[in-house]
Design a protein around this ligand. Structure first.
Ligand code: DON
Length: 304
């Protein structure tokens, strides 16, 4: 498969839609990013990189961090994790409060904000400085030392995180957060503010495409069964309340973030990451979703 030619074709085909959609503005720092960026990368299991456009420009990974904090929290807790967070699609916006009351403070899945707050709480219990542990984990998976979180983006989100604070206090009232809420919110906002580029993210997700083993180091991070389960959660819950439509159009496990990134994988083959900050109403990158749809259409590489 000539992935390089394919990525160039996708970039060319998408020119008319790049810049469409709305950049997330509820986190003030993110509103400053131009919607005209577009980058896409494929990294194969043997480490071969194919990249176009802004694939090496760092962006705010936002909710893509939830995938990696899930892997870390699962390493800490094992299957006990599922007593504190569910595995069903929510069918509601990623920052919705309504289900939490009906479901006694147990979030539907780890990829909505409430679920990732539980993950952050687990990491606060386990690590003295959880954000450093997550950054270190990302560096290991991506094989790249320069990864950091952006303090300005973290502060900007923390100062305006009223809805996430409401969810966190609510879950604490049910006993599903164990650490002080301000500490959990600090960690959560810093995880979301990690900056990475498409190439490094596509490399980092190879641990799932490679059934639990980090290909460049040979380290087994999780069992093949756990890799299957996390990938299945990406398919059913990774793109917010648009997960059904996204699976229908793209047919790959994926996790998106309101910074405009979408990280996907083809099991046994490669990681794929696309970034374009203009979002459609559910919060997924508009050009990014179309790019991945085109990728699976042209290559036939989907899980179906
Ligand atoms: O908490 C927030 O709203 C953002 N830091 C992340 C939102 C996002 O990317 C979508 N979430 N699932």
């Amino acid at each position: 498969m000539d992935y390089q030619a394919l990525l160039e074709q996708i970039q060319h085909q998408l020119q008319p839609v790049i810049g469409q959609g709305r950049v997330a503005s509820y986190i003030p720092e993110l509103a400053k990013v131009s919607p005209h960026h577009f980058g896409m990368a494929v990294v194969e299991l043997d480490g071969t990189v194919h990249a176009v456009g802004d694939a090496r420009v760092p962006f705010s990974i936002q909710s893509i961090s939830k995938l990696f904090t899930l892997l870390m929290a699962f390493q800490c807790e094992g299957d006990a994790l599922w007593q504190r967070v569910g595995r069903e699609p929510s069918g509601n916006p990623f920052n919705s409060l309504v289900q939490l009351e009906h479901e006694s403070g147990i979030p539907r899945n780890p990829f909505i904000n409430a679920g990732a707050l539980v993950l952050a709480d687990i990491l606060c219990t386990r690590f003295a400085v959880p954000e450093n542990a997550v950054v270190e984990f990302m560096r290991r998976l991506a094989g790249e030392k320069d990864i950091q979180y952006d303090r300005r983006v973290a502060r900007s989100e923390r100062d305006t995180a009223h809805r996430n604070a409401a969810m966190a206090y609510f879950m604490r009232s049910f006993g599903n957060l164990r650490n002080p809420v301000p500490q959990v919110l600090d960690a959560y906002c810093r995880h979301c503010a990690i900056e990475m580029n498409c190439v490094d993210l596509a490399r980092a997700v190879l641990v799932l495409a490679n059934r639990g083993v980090v290909p460049h180091s040979g380290e087994r991070l999780l069992s093949a069964s756990a890799a299957k389960r996390v990938s299945a959660l990406m398919l059913t819950c990774g793109t917010y309340d648009a997960a059904g439509d996204f699976a229908f159009r793209v047919g790959l496990p994926a996790k998106s973030g309101v910074g405009g990134g979408i990280l996907a994988l083809v099991p046994g083959e490669c990681g794929v990451c696309v970034w374009s900050p203009g979002l459609e109403p559910s919060g997924n990158s508009l050009a990014g979703s179309l790019a991945l749809e085109t990728f699976t259409t042209l290559t036939g590489r989907s899980i179906f």
